[in-house]
Each structure stands twice: as C-alpha cells, then as structure tokens.
Design a protein around this ligand. Structure first.
Ligand code: GLU
Length: 396
C-alpha cells in the first residue's frame, strides 16, 4: 500500500537514531540483554526543582492552550538565558517555543527554504537535518570533515561549497555526533566568509551548549554581522535531562520568528503547557544546578575513550562536548568476523547489535560513512560492559 502514500513520505528516510533505539527496545522486550548506546538521552532523572514546578503547574490548573509561540513568562526567561549564557539580546517577539528543538529546526527550515534552495550541512551532522531539508524540497549539500580536522571545516571549505542557490548553512556546536566544539576564533573565520554573502542565513543548533568539557561555548549570533541572519536553536532536553518533556526554542530575526509562529499555528499550536511552566524553572536556575550531570558525563567520556583506545582498529578523536564518541571503524571494512562480512559502517553497527548486543548508530546516517556513533549518556557499568562485549565480538 505504500504506493498510496505521498512521494514526500515514501522518499523520507526513517530517523536512524530512533530506528536503532526502537530495534534495541524490541530486542530487549524479547529478552535479549541489549545495552542501548544508540540514543542521545541522558540517563539522569529530571532535577527535582523542575519536577516540582511541573506539579505546581498542574495544581495551579495550567491546562489550556498556550500562546502558539509560548507563554510570555517563558519567553522572558529564554531572553534572560540568551543574555546570561550567550551574550545575545533577543526580544520576546524574536523567540518561539516549540515541541522540542527538532520542531524549532523544522519550523525554521520550512519558513526559509524554497524548492531547489541549497542548504549546507557540515558532515558529520545530526541525522534529521537532511531529512527536514528534503521535506522542504531543498537540497542538502554536505561539506565533509573527518577525524583529521577534528570534524571541523575551514573557511575555505565553506566558501567552496557556496553557490548562487545557497540559502542556509546549518552549524552545530557542540556537535552531534562528533562532539567537536568550535572556538570563537574558528566561528569568526566562518563568519568572515559569510559576510561576503548577505543572502545566506545560518541556523546554529546549540542544544548541547551546556554539555561542554572545557572549550568555552560561543554562539554564532554573538558575531555582530551575523546576528540579523542567524537562527539560534536550543532547548532543555539534553542539559536538564528533559528529553521526553519536548521543549525547544529559537531566537531569530523578528520576521523569521513570526513566520515560525504562523507555521506552528497551523501544525501543532503551542507546546505542552505543563512542560513550558517547568522549563521556566529550568532556565531561571543557575547553570551550577546541573553541573553534577556534566561532571559525570566528563568521567564517562574519559572511561569510554580509554576503553575504546584499547581496541585495535578503532580510531578516535577527543570529543569536547555532547555525549557521543564517533570512532572511525573503516579498518574493519572488507573483513569477515565471526563468519560475517562487514562492508560498511551500517553492517558494522548491525554486527555489534547482533554479536555484542550493543546498540550504536551507523555514521552513514550522519553523512560520515567511515564511523559509528556511540552514546555515553549511560552508566559507567553499562559503558564498561558494552565496550568489553564489543572488544570480544571483534576479536573472537
Ligand atoms: N537527538 C538525539 C540523538 O541524536 C535524540 C534522537 C533524535 O531525535 O534523533 O540521538
């Protein structure tokens, strides 16, 4: 019956991160002892002060539709957060609250991209960028980077990728999946190129802002010449262990924010009212409230890097943020292990799932066919067990 469906949906790839998580969940339900390191999801509970704010909101009868672009109070908190953490001066009417940063990204792309427009993606990039661009009938154009440049691009690479059709560049620091963090200087270099092309917009996905191990976070919109052309996307899912609460937001030039509100008003309306109230508490708290999670991720990062470095054939960079490692596993391509021929990263990820019972995600979905992504947003015990299983599966 798929021929009855629209070309739009038939041509849309399934989200590789969610697909792998669903596969792992199913195997688990069938009694297989799977260690899920596929999904980028903190294993912490949402902090109590945020939960309390949500309970209070229920008791206070927050049950009605919210304004499409979010409660005024929440938008004020977001403006304060942008100012406090990023040095950005957004007014409330430049902010739109959505059902997760994913929707913020989808809104921005839907309102900016016409059929045939090029959108530059810095590979490796988060799986859904290209699918969302394709849905808007734009062309996702990859700018490749690899482990040798710490998965970052140079100004020259950016300039070489720009054509008359380029409408938008999507940047993401700290990066999912590589964990790379652009310095202020590196972003200034990219901005210098973009200054020559005033018709190009920039979407800066900063959802991993607080999951950062030392390189200071720098918001692209902080560069004065870029502020009026940049859409800054963020949310509470990762830093506040609130993935399921589904609250994301963007700050943008007023006309883009207004268009995003119009789009959202026809598709989903305002985000969940209780989650919005809880988000006010999250954003008004000092960042030190969530430092214990970042400290723990930092320890896990060291653990997983040390363990993976013991495995021959795995090449790794040191991620500076987010909670993923993105090893190059191309040395295994063409080899037969346990009677199974491994031709590419997807087959390697399937091999790990079947033989080691560890769920990861193929780098192909991120535009990096030599790599796999492993999330370390899991307990140290799980990480140790998973990597020891991987080691064994590869060796035997
Ligand atoms: N962003 C997370 C990830 O990359 C969550 C899953 C998704 O929405 O892709 O794993």
């Amino acid at each position: 019956m798929t021929d009855k469906l629209s070309n739009r949906i038939n041509n849309l790839p399934v989200s590789a991160t969610l697909a792998m998580a669903a596969k792992a969940r199913k195997l688990k339900e069938n009694g297989v002892d799977i260690i899920g390191l596929s999904l980028g999801e903190p294993d912490f509970n949402t902090p109590d002060f945020i939960k309390k704010a949500a309970i209070q909101a229920i008791d206070d009868n927050y049950n009605s539709y919210t304004p499409v672009d979010g409660y005024g109070e929440l938008k004020k908190s977001i403006c304060n957060k942008f100012k406090r953490d990023n040095g950005l001066d957004y007014e409330s009417n430049q902010v739109v609250v959505s059902t997760g940063a994913k929707q913020s990204i989808a809104n921005a792309i839907q309102v900016l991209i016409n059929p045939g427009d090029d959108v530059l993606l810095v590979a490796p990039y988060w799986v859904s960028y290209s699918a969302i661009v394709t849905l808007a009938e734009g062309n996702p154009i990859e700018i490749r980077s690899d482990i040798s440049s710490d998965f970052k691009i140079t100004p020259l690479q950016l300039e070489n990728a720009i054509t008359r059709r380029t409408k938008l560049v999507i940047i993401n620091s700290p990066n999912n999946p590589s964990g790379s963090v652009y310095t202020e200087k590196e972003y200034l270099g990219l901005a210098k190129v973009l200054e020559k092309y005033p018709e190009i917009y920039i979407l800066s996905d900063e959802i991993y802002e607080h999951i950062n191990y030392g390189v200071p976070h720098f918001s692209f919109a902080k560069i004065p010449s870029m502020f009026d052309r940049t859409i800054t996307v963020n949310g509470v899912a990762k830093a506040f262990a609130m993935t399921g609460w589904r609250i994301g937001y963007l700050g943008a030039p007023y006309w883009i924010a207004k268009a995003c509100t119009k789009m959202q008003g026809q598709i989903t309306s305002g985000a969940n009212c209780i989650a919005q109230r809880a988000t006010i508490a999250a954003l008004e708290a000092p960042v030190s409230e969530i430092q214990y999670m970042i400290d723990e991720f930092k320890e896990r990062r060291k653990l997983i890097i040390d363990l993976l470095n013991e495995i021959e054939g795995i090449k790794l960079n040191e991620p500076k943020g987010a909670f993923y490692v993105f090893p190059d596993v191309s040395s295994f391509f063409g080899k037969t292990i346990k009677g199974k021929k491994i031709n590419n990263a997807s087959e390697f990820a399937i091999f790990l799932l079947e033989e080691a019972h560890v769920a990861t995600v193929t780098g192909e979905a991120f535009g990096s066919p030599n790599n796999i992504r492993i999330s370390y947003a899991a307990s140290k015990e799980k990480i140790k067990k998973a990597i020891s299983r991987i080691k064994k599966a590869i060796k035997d």
